[in-house]
Design a protein around this ligand. Structure first.
Ligand code: PMP
Length: 337
């Protein structure tokens, strides 16, 4: 006999994350705001799920054979997930990433044994973009698969089958809205599709950072980016394979300053240390919550994703010097005397 929280192998540590009611955001929205604690996955982010789903799918297709290699272009978190899953299953992992990502992510990938290929940050249309570089590398490496998290819909299928089902069960089927930001779109599309299968009345909303083109796409049909954001892992300029057919009912745009305010408040008031995409998600959830509180009352429930741990950003988000260099407000407790 084992307890229900005993997992039979390390890969089973991925997923089944808790859901937590967020006090400050709920008070602000006038209804219930819940966060899915994806930072508690073994790799510290929501991307462990996509990594596992993509690898399992490649194995089932017969594309990935014992001793094979996984190649991916990633801002970091997917790489960490793939390295962990690769280690657990005996695959070599090669990660291509832009060299402007946080030092912690690069050090973590190296520490996990992934082979790191750094490329300069470029536009997606540039042939040397990290995504294109990773595809070429996969083609050139014998026995390798290209994880292709942006367009490989095994990513969102993983969220349909796990994240959405977990949220539905954790709230006993009483949920009014879901929102999150988009990197690949796997989370937004997968959780949105999965929840709508249970209840089409659940409002699915995009929360977009500045500098991304999806807000304008869902609002007007035109992909158009305005402004910029320092948030890592989110901010998409195209309709990825994972986003195609995503059931997006409404959309919000959140600035880095608004996201940072919630990163700070969640840390100081609720003891949660998170990355900026989580703060942006929470700010978006409050916007959706206010709307649903008006339409459905204070019992309304909105769920968002707490994507990754803040410990990954000690030299960026949690550094006064770095925040100042980006002209962003510095957390009060990081200010010099
Ligand atoms: N937040 C962070 C920190 C991420 O790394 C990612 C993944 N790129 C996301 C959010 C977005 O998740 P998805 O790729 O499922 O859209």
């Amino acid at each position: 006999m084992t307890s229900s929280s005993a997992r039979k192998n390390t890969l089973d540590l991925i997923g089944n994350t808790p859901l937590v009611r967020l006090e400050g955001p709920s008070a602000e929205a006038g209804c219930e705001i819940w966060g899915k604690c994806e930072f508690l996955n073994p790799g510290g982010s929501v991307k462990d799920r996509a990594a596992l789903a993509i690898v399992r799918d490649a194995e089932e297709r017969g594309d990935l054979q014992p001793g094979g290699t996984i190649v991916e272009g990633t801002a970091g978190n997917t790489g960490i997930g793939l390295a962990l899953v690769g280690n657990a299953l005996g695959y070599r992992t090669i990660i291509v990433m832009p060299d402007n990502q946080s030092a912690e992510k690069m050090d973590t990938l190296r520490a996990l044994g992934a082979e790191l290929v750094l490329v300069p940050p470029t536009k997606y249309s540039d042939g040397n973009h990290f995504v294109h570089t990773s595809r070429r590398l996969a083609e050139e490496t014998p026995g390798a698969i290209w994880a292709n998290q942006f367009d490989n819909t095994a990513n969102r299928k993983g969220h349909i089958e796990t994240t959405a089902e977990e949220i539905w069960a954790q709230l006993d089927g009483r949920i009014d809205g879901f929102t999150c930001a988009v990197g690949t779109g796997g989370t937004l599309a997968g959780v949105g599709m999965g929840l709508k299968e249970h209840d089409p009345q659940i409002v699915v909303a995009l929360t977009d950072p500045h500098g991304a083109a999806l807000y304008s796409h869902y609002a007007t049909g035109e992909l158009k980016a305005e402004g910029s954001s320092v948030a890592e892992g989110i901010g998409q300029g195209r309709i990825t394979g994972n986003l195609e057919g995503a059931p997006v009912d409404t959309q919000f745009r959140v600035s880095d300053e608004e996201g940072l305010e919630w990163v700070a408040r969640l840390l100081r008031e609720e003891g949660l240390c998170l990355g900026l995409s989580s703060g942006i998600n929470v700010a978006g959830a409050i916007m959706l919550g206010k709307q649903l509180a008006r339409e459905r009352g204070s019992e309304a429930r909105v769920v968002t994703i707490l994507c990754d741990t803040g410990f990954r950003y000690l030299s960026t988000l949690y550094s006064g010097e770095w925040l100042r260099s980006k002209s962003l407000p510095v957390f009060e407790w990081l200010r010099p005397e």
